[in-house]
Design a protein around this ligand. Structure first.
Ligand SMILES: Nc1ncnc2c1ncn2[C@@H]1O[C@H](COP(=O)(O)OP(=O)(O)OP(=O)(O)O)[C@@H](O)[C@H]1O
Ligand SMILES: O=c1[nH]c(=O)c2[nH+]cn([C@@H]3O[C@H](COP(=O)(O)O)[C@@H](O)[C@H]3O)c2[nH]1
Ligand SMILES: NC(=O)CC[C@H](N)C(=O)O
Ligand SMILES: [Mg+2]
Length: 539
């Protein structure tokens, strides 16, 4: 079972963004697919956010949602400790669609029955639609293939609900109560294998719930520019700029909103890849014309990391040192402009929705890893954060960047994590190890680019297993060196990923070059794990 399906996992209720539109809330019951449901809703041009299943009716009402989708989940509604749901939410008058476990939750809460059916349906299943007149299944073929993943079934629909579809072993596979605008399906309309699935979601959103298809990431620009102006006023702003996509787009939005009130700060923490600083200081500045200050913080970061090998500890230290470095930048900037020396209160970060979700937050959360810019922030943070991309996924951010006219070389860049090579050395971080990894990484990037593979890869972390040594034979002598791991992945939004099938000849060239050119490395291995169960980075 995926660890995220642990019932204690609670996606954070992130603070409502000032300019975020009224959302469709996706309630997560520990589903494999909650993220995917949120994406599919956005693909239907409706704004959506994920919330934990223990959200209360009052918390829901506060967020003013225009619809609710209940996700699937691994538990059985009749089990002790099954993730509960506040049934008062069904009385708020908000349209609700239940999917799989969410369908079963709705059935149970409203007086229907759910039982272990004895027949389990996993994968492609034929379903018969008996009522294509209902808004939920309008225009759907009577016989169709859907994706199922369940062992329990609704054995009796609640009073007032019409049964809309069935399979050979599931008599109640979809139901509706039009008067209350409550709907449910046993199958997973969010996965592509459900051939007409997207249409079921869109039927729920547009026809049953009457939600217009009027949101797209483009609207975000005007909304965010207004929100940033309202938040910042005439204050000065610094933007944590990495040269990556997210901070570039955040900086461009803030610049559009408040112009020269913005100064960008790039931190050279000594954990960067070869050539990265030059790329930001020269190429990035040339492409965008931003005002950029670079802070040398290598000594600060490396001495704080000295002797630390625990990944979460590293992340927290890096998060804290980033903020200390921005404070140093603030002092430096104030000293330079003593005449109009208002304190700089605002810090812009290119935080995205997955950074927030993965960092956990909320009560009882199993956090997967603390992203330095969210879960790694120190408690004594003095800056007020400006995070215009906090509710978005990467592909949406890229679309905004293109719309803002940022060059493809920035918008199309592969992600590189803020903690950099610090979380790609499994073990303690030292200058020597950084040097070694930087060299191996440069070889990998050069060879992937030469082979024309950059656009097929989401990113390719290169990882040094600093605490592992293995025996090799080099130059007729024995070697006892470290392995380097290649982690090429393909992904849509970094929430899930698959390992990229790189051509063998490219892998061979990379392996050859690393073992020949990088001292103390005598083995190159390929990570063939998807996410889940692995994450993209090793720490
Ligand atoms: N070296 C750095 N100097 C200053 N700010 C940084 C640095 N690295 C990361 N940040 C800040 O942390 C945020 C999160 O980092 P992250 O790597 O997720 O985003 P990014 O670098 O902007 O984009 P990408 O995901 O494409 O790498 C950045 O948007 C930026 O605000
Ligand atoms: O700025 C960042 N600060 C972090 O602390 C951090 N941790 C992971 N990543 C990036 O996030 C995406 C998902 O990574 P994981 O599968 O390893 O969680 C991948 O793109 C990772 O490179 C980070 N980015
Ligand atoms: N995917 C799901 O939501 C499964 C729900 C429930 N655990 C069942 O087996 O029926
Ligand atoms: Mg980055």
């Amino acid at each position: 079972m995926n660890r995220k399906t642990n019932n204690s996992w609670r996606p954070p209720i992130s603070p409502q963004q000032p300019s975020a539109p009224a959302p469709v809330l996706v309630v997560d019951f520990g589903a494999q697919y909650a993220q995917l449901i949120a994406r599919r809703v956005r693909e239907a041009n409706v704004y959506s956010e994920i919330v934990p299943h223990d959200i209360t009716a009052a918390e829901v009402a506060e967020r003013n949602p225009i619809g609710i989708v209940l996700s699937g989940g691994p538990s059985s509604v009749y089990e002790d400790g099954a993730p509960a749901f506040d049934a008062a939410i069904f009385d708020l008058g908000i349209p609700v669609l239940g999917i799989c476990y969410g369908f079963q939750v709705m059935a149970t809460a409203l007086g229907g029955e759910v039982a272990h059916s004895g027949v389990r349906e996993y994968g492609s299943t034929n379903v018969t639609v008996s009522d294509a007149g209902n808004a939920l299944l309008a225009d759907q073929p009577a016989a169709q293939t859907v994706w199922m993943s369940h062992g329990d079934s609704v054995s009796k629909a609640p009073a007032g609900f019409d049964v809309l579809a069935s399979t050979d072993s599931t008599p109640v596979a979809a139901f509706a109560n039009d008067a209350r605008r409550l709907y449910g399906v046993q199958w997973h309309p969010e996965v592509k294998h459900s051939v007409h699935g997207q249409q079921v979601l869109e039927n729920f959103l547009h026809r049953a719930a009457g939600i217009p298809a009027d949101w797209n990431s483009g609207n975000v620009i005007a909304d965010q520019v207004a929100a940033i102006r309202a938040q910042v006023g005439t204050g000065k702003v610094i933007c944590a700029l990495s040269g990556g996509v997210d901070s570039a787009v955040a900086a461009a939005l803030v610049h559009k909103a408040v112009g020269d009130q913005l100064v960008c700060v790039f931190v050279d923490h000594g954990l960067l890849r070869a050539g990265e600083r030059e790329q930001v200081e020269i190429d990035y500045v040339a492409a965008t014309g931003v005002r950029l200050v670079t802070i040398d913080a290598e000594d600060r970061f490396l001495s704080a990391l000295d002797g630390v090998s625990d990944p979460e500890q590293k992340r927290k230290i890096i998060g804290r040192e980033f903020i200390r470095t921005f404070e140093q930048a603030q002092a430096q900037l104030l000293a330079e402009s003593a005449a109009d020396g208002d304190p700089i209160r605002f810090l812009v970060q290119g935080t995205l929705y997955p950074d927030v979700v993965e960092s956990g937050g909320g009560t009882g959360t199993a956090n997967i890893k603390s992203h330095h810019n969210v879960g790694g922030l120190p408690e004594d943070l003095q800056f007020e954060l400006v995070e215009p991309l906090r509710t978005l996924f990467k592909d949406e951010v890229r679309a905004i960047g293109r719309e803002l006219g940022l060059p493809e070389i920035i918008v199309g860049r592969q992600p590189f994590p803020g903690p950099g090579l610090g979380i790609r050395i499994v073990g303690e971080v030292t200058r020597e190890r950084l040097e070694l990894l930087r060299h191996a990484d440069a070889i990998v990037r050069a060879e992937l680019t030469a082979a024309g593979l950059d656009s097929q890869i989401w990113q390719c972390p290169v990882v040094l297993l600093a605490d592992v040594r293995s025996v090799g034979v080099q130059g007729d002598g024995r070697s006892y060196g470290h392995p380097i791991v290649l982690r090429p992945v393909s992904s849509e939004d970094a929430m899930t990923a698959d390992w990229t099938r790189l051509p063998y000849d490219v892998l061979a060239r990379i392996s050859n070059r690393i073992t020949n050119e990088v001292a103390d490395v005598n083995r190159v291995v390929l990570d063939v794990t998807s996410k889940p169960p692995g994450t993209i980075e090793w720490e």
